[in-house]
Write a protein that binds this ligand. Sequence first.
Ligand SMILES: Cc1cc2nc3c(=O)[nH]c(=O)nc-3n(C[C@H](O)[C@H](O)[C@H](O)COP(=O)(O)O)c2cc1C
Length: 215
Amino acid sequence: MNRELLKSVLALGVVASIAAGVVAAVHQFTAQRIDTVQREARGRTILELLPQGSYDNHPLEDQVSTLDPKLLGRDEPAPAFIARRQGQATAVVLQPVARDGYGGSIQLLVGVTAQGRLLGVRVVAHHETPGQGDRIELGKSDWLHGFDGRSLTDPGDNGWKVKKDGGQFDQFAGATVTPRAVVKATHLALQYFDAHKAQLLNAELAPAITGDRHE
Ligand SMILES: Cc1cc2nc3c(=O)[nH]c(=O)nc-3n(C[C@H](O)[C@H](O)[C@H](O)COP(=O)(O)O)c2cc1C
């Protein structure tokens, strides 16, 4: 290989390495940015689920690790967020995943009062079909509000199904798979709460915010 050719090959190698580095850096920056935006959106939704005046702590930082990830449709535990007033837990927000959506997993937030009543259910991420399963989004229909105020005993076990399966929750016209998955995951989240409420409600205040309570 003559000298000129070698120089060109080396120059090309340097340019390619720099380009690869820039692409990797942009990719990492974008991934971090997406992660931050998603976290912030999740944080806002968690706080929206908790009634004003029901907490004087900082629920987003007051986290308890969950014990039985399978019941919440997860492989790994995800934290529960605790709302407290004067040190007493008033509500918990769980992060279950409905794994059997039409398009795959549906990530949920489920708010439960200390007494076990649902404050509400919200969809954080999903891959359901636009115009069919995506009616689980609050911006597209009111369907999710059908869970407000429900509990493990209201309805009883048999009611925790879509109407087509003999339960009490509406399905969508031509789309039963998605609501069925969300009803099941919400029911399981309530079972999780019932089984683990002592751990959730009596957990020590997260050390990170001790002395940093929000009024
Ligand atoms: C292209 C396509 C997309 C669909 N997307 C959804 C969806 O997002 N959610 C859903 O529940 N059903 C969806 N369906 C309909 C389901 O396949 C199913 O027929 C319906 O949910 C009724 O389910 P069931 O027979 O178990 O009651 C889709 C069907 C097709 C052909």
